[in-house]
Design a protein around this ligand. Structure first.
Ligand code: OFO
Length: 168
């Protein structure tokens, strides 16, 4: 038995995960337009991960016999700062998502739903990786600044990371 509050919260989180996918897709286009193919690959892989996160919540709600209600996905930005700055949006977004996952965990506790708590543990760990991965890139970009050589070197590294199946 799943509470109505949790059903609504999961439907809200499905929307947030799809928005995350949208944001990464928009960022991928921004970096591709700047001829940074490694960033593009990294961001497209992240887009696919976010779609999987949405479907994980979706399938979980179905398993718990909750009603799926797909909500309208917000529009991501269309104008981004230059490449050495735009990645900050990804890190800020991941921090926001961590807060939402923590809120869900708190809700699972107040609604006395240990199964949902257990389900959320995977996302809690995943958010640590999501923040770490995006912050590492923001940190490198801050050091590189507007230096095009550094930017293209990092671009090459990010492309290789995604080819090797790493998340950072
Ligand atoms: Fe779904 O973890 Fe990023 O946003």
């Amino acid at each position: 038995m799943i509470s109505q509050k949790i059903v609504e919260a999961i439907n809200g989180q499905i929307k947030e995960e799809f928005y995350s996918a949208y944001l990464y897709l928009a960022l991928a286009a921004h970096y591709e337009a700047a001829h940074l193919k490694g960033f593009y690959q990294w961001l497209m892989a992240q887009y696919e991960e976010e779609m999987q996160h949405a479907i994980k919540f979706y399938n979980y709600l179905l398993e718990r016999d909750g009603k799926i209600e797909l909500l309208q996905i917000d529009k991501p930005p269309t104008d981004f700062p230059p490449p050495h700055e735009a990645f900050k949006l990804a890190y800020a977004h991941e921090k926001k998502i961590t807060g939402l996952i923590n809120d869900l965990y708190h809700l699972a506790q107040t609604e006395k739903d240990p199964a949902f708590e257990q389900f959320l543990r995977w996302f809690i760990e995943e958010q640590v990786e999501e923040e770490e991965g995006t912050l590492a890139i923001v940190g490198k970009l801050e050091k590189i600044g507007k230096d095009p050589t550094g930017l293209f070197m990092l671009d090459g590294q990010l492309g290789q990371q995604k080819e090797a199946g790493k998340s950072e």
